[in-house]
Design a protein around this ligand. Structure first.
Ligand SMILES: *Cc1c(COP(=O)(O)O)cnc(C)c1O
Length: 469
């Protein structure tokens, strides 16, 4: 007698049957044949494995309608673009996992132009000769930061790597123990140092480092003093770090360059929005720092990039490093970065047009109004399925910037009447436009600081669709 498992396995259709059925059904006309075949193989493999693993009761025989429905759903799901927009209801403005900074409309226009047309990327229109891609933003960066020279690479990790490799390979770099950071995505100062070929010399203690600690670590091998901004953590209590100006003076006395990895690197003082005072790039440059590195897509609110500004002699050295070619930015980054930096020429413009900045600067009242609007609409239309509430919450800047700093904000909390909260969270996460919120107990919080007015319709429809499944 044939086993039930074998019977079930035999009832699975073959690839040919599946293709014919899919083509006949005409529901997947937009999916190329090779993709259909690929999906069919994956689907059949999954079914076979499920039967063998006992996940599908062997008594389940596959009739045509059952497997065709499943297969169509499988193909639809599989064929969706993998990279997709999401609605960020986490309240974390520079959310590294959700794409960090959103770009200003102006920057998007520049991206389109750069993509659809030839450009003077490396062509000097004055001389008619080959030009440098870096010329387009160097002057702007110097004008905005007060630095002598600038260079842009792929990201800030690359900026730190190339600066260390250029200035301190096979030599020693002194860093305070309180600044040996690890940030998300496995960027760790000791590891990047190791990769650059520079030797890390740790000084001081976790909470306190004095100038005399640097003094005692100084040797003929010392090539650089590195200061790293405590981006994503804070040491509080009995603490001390050597301020920029003192370290710069000390470096000068010993003819050793001083570099600061600022991480976020902000050009506008955000303390006026209730956040802690962090040194701006201009202030750090003015302290006399020889090299300053920061990200393009954290607080700056531009595209992913690593910006290096500082003294011309060092920047020139870094520019000549062959690594620079490997770490160079593309025309899209350049187009985008230039348009974002131009906005900074007028602080009011920057605050209005750069999404990262206006989300930080948005007054609590504005966010509350948006939340209240959505709350009423949701209660009216989806109230049968959920209990909604308007709640005061805290947003975060994110991106490893300003840890522990909170911005008062407003969220709509969603408490499903029947669905489990984990199920609601998963359904929203898998929606056509996924919605990512913050689960707190048995409710999902949607912080309205990081949701735009233009997204509210979509958010509403998505939430509603979850309950009509
Ligand atoms: C974020 C950060 C980096 C890495 O910058 P990316 O642009 O993500 O490569 C390096 N150092 C510090 C201190 C940071 O905060």
């Amino acid at each position: 007698m044939e086993s039930a498992v074998n019977q079930a396995l035999k009832s699975i259709p073959n690839v040919h049957d599946c293709i014919t059925a899919l083509i006949d059904s005409k529901t997947l006309n937009d999916v190329p044949l090779r993709r259909l075949k690929h999906c069919i193989r994956l689907y059949l493999k999954e079914v076979r494995q499920s039967i063998l693993a006992g996940h599908i009761a062997p008594s389940t025989l596959f009739d045509r309608q059952t497997w065709l429905e499943q297969l169509i759903a499988f193909v639809r799901q599989y064929h969706r673009p993998r990279f997709t927009r999401v609605i960020n209801g986490t309240g974390i403005i520079v959310h590294t996992n959700l794409g960090r900074s959103l770009l200003p409309t102006l920057a998007i226009e520049c991206l389109t132009v750069a993509g659809q047309n030839y450009s003077n990327l490396e062509f000097n229109l004055d001389t008619g000769k080959r030009g440098s891609r870096y010329d387009h933003v160097d002057d702007l960066l110097c004008e905005l930061t007060g630095a002598e020279a600038a260079l842009v690479v792929n990201n800030n990790a690359a900026a730190v790597l190339i600066a260390l490799e250029t200035l301190a390979k096979n030599k020693e770099v002194i860093v305070s123990r309180g600044q040996l950071v690890e940030i998300g995505g496995s960027f760790r100062i000791p590891d990047i140092m190791d990769r650059s070929g520079a030797r890390l010399v740790e000084v001081g203690t976790t909470n306190r480092t004095h100038l005399h600690d640097y003094q005692s670590a100084l040797s003929s091998e010392t090539a650089l003093l590195l200061r790293v901004h405590c981006s994503n953590y804070r040491i509080i209590g009995f603490t001390k770090e050597v301020p920029e100006t003192e370290l710069v003076r000390f470096g000068k006395e010993h003819s050793i360059p001083v570099m600061e990895d600022l991480g976020s690197g902000c050009l506008i003082d955000l303390s006026k929005f209730g956040l802690a005072k962090e040194p701006t790039v201009q202030e750090v440059v003015a302290s006399g720092m020889d090299i300053v590195t920061f990200s393009g897509d954290k607080l700056l609110g531009g595209p992913q990039a690593g910006i290096i500004v500082g003294k011309r002699r060092y920047i020139e050295q870094i520019k000549k490093n062959p690594l620079n070619r490997a770490l160079r930015i593309d025309k899209f980054t350049l187009a985008c970065l230039e348009s974002v930096l131009r906005l900074y020429l007028d602080e009011t413009q920057a605050l209005q047009k750069i999404p990262t900045l206006y989300m930080i600067a948005a007054p609590e009242e504005t966010v509350k109004l948006r939340a209240s609007h959505f709350f009423h609409r949701a209660q009216e239309g989806i109230g049968d399925h959920c209990i909604f509430a308007l709640v005061r919450v805290y947003s975060q800047v994110g991106g490893g910037a300003m840890p522990g700093e909170n911005l008062t904000s407003w969220a709509v909390s969603v408490n499903p009447r029947v669905l489990k909260i984990s199920r609601l969270e998963a359904l929203l996460r898998r929606a056509t436009v996924p919605v990512i919120g913050r689960v707190e107990g048995n409710r999902l919080l949607l912080d309205m600081r990081t949701i735009a007015d233009e997204e509210l319709d979509l958010l509403y429809e998505t939430l509603k669709s979850v309950f009509s499944l």
